[in-house]
Design a protein around this ligand. Structure first.
Ligand code: 8YV
Length: 323
């Protein structure tokens, strides 16, 4: 007799505990070798399924696959807070529910923003390479030198959950905090940060600019030549949000000219095939999209995605419904 469990395609390997829970409650097809699935693979796997559990690397959900999904698909759960890779309007048209995984990765991602601030300012990348490559020949009072973090000014672009968690941490470094957001947040969530109604108004106050907004049509390419020009000379930009919010040409030119002292980047346009020019720069601290990459956080993200699926198939509204 056919199982009555909902049929689910999972496009990437997930933490063991998450797959174990899915295996009990779903007729789940897992991606055993964890190779990213092509659009054709996903369509083939979706053919007899009720649900899909995807990740931000499944970019075809923003570029037309939703219209071609079989009618059996009722819900797409993404293992991420970001959902720029899912065409929500197309899902609505097909009456397909879409969910994400907010909250559970806020702290881990904010921790990485602080790591980028410290790493970019203090030269963690060149320092580490100097030690590894055996190029550390003597201690010197004058070189190599980085920049202070404590007591300096931080501008937060996007004061959602992660931006707020960055502010909370930066307060511990006695930073003077500023933020730009479409709307001001409640005072207790701002951690003393001063609100700027316009991004341009905040820029002169940013010794550091932390990008924490979602990638949307409005924010793509937002950090461009003009925005960088508005920052104080020697400012530092860090990005834990999405690579496409930054104009790579503008950022790289400013890092080369010295307009910006440094940058810390955890996310990139077209990652993992990043703009190769970043690799040649000494004043960048680069990480491979580690924002949520802790064992506990990835389990929590998976469990959150399963909670959403469970709610949906139990006839309840999923907690993180986007449609
Ligand atoms: C993860 C992220 O790398 O949640 C997001 O939007 O960018 C990161 O937490 C990603 O979700 C892994 O699937």
């Amino acid at each position: 007799m056919a199982s009555a469990l909902p049929r689910l395609l999972v496009t990437r390997r997930l933490p063991k505990a998450v797959e174990a829970r899915l295996a009990k409650a779903y007729q789940a097809q897992f991606n055993a070798d964890d190779q990213p699935m092509s659009e054709a693979d996903i369509l083939a796997g979706a053919a007899d399924k009720d649900a899909l559990l995807i990740t931000p690397m499944d970019k075809s959900f923003a570029t037309g696959i939703i219209a071609r999904l079989p009618p059996s698909i009722k819900i797409v759960a993404t293992f991420s807070v970001g959902h720029e890779h899912v065409d929500i309007a197309a899902a609505r048209l097909r009456n397909i529910a879409v969910t994400n995984t907010p909250d559970v990765l806020t702290d881990a991602t904010a921790d990485i923003a602080l790591l980028l601030i410290l790493g970019a300012a203090r030269g963690a990348s060149w320092g580490e390479r100097m030690v590894r490559d055996d190029r550390w020949t003597s201690w010197s009072p004058t070189a190599p030198l980085g920049f202070d973090v404590t007591g300096r000014r931080l501008g937060i672009l996007g004061m959602g959950r992660i931006g707020q968690a960055v502010a909370k941490r930066a307060k511990g470094f006695d930073m003077e905090l500023h933020y730009y957001n479409r709307r001001p947040v409640a005072a207790e969530l701002a951690h003393g940060a001063r609100y700027h109604k316009k991004l341009d108004d905040m820029l002169p106050f940013c010794d550091f600019l932390s990008i924490n907004c979602a990638s949307t049509p409005e924010t793509r390419g937002l950090v461009n030549d003009g925005v960088i020009a508005g920052l104080p000379d020697g400012a530092i930009i860090v990005n834990t949000a999405r690579g496409d919010i930054v104009d790579d040409d503008a950022l790289i030119a400013a890092l080369n000219s010295g307009k910006l002292a440094a940058a810390g980047l955890d996310v990139f346009r077209n990652e993992p095939r990043i703009d190769p020019r970043y690799r040649g720069l000494d004043n960048v601290f680069l990480l491979p999209h580690l924002g949520s990459a802790t064992r506990d956080t990835r389990i929590a993200m998976g469990m959150r995605a399963v909670d959403n699926l469970d709610a949906f198939f139990a006839g309840r509204k999923p907690g993180d419904l986007l449609t």
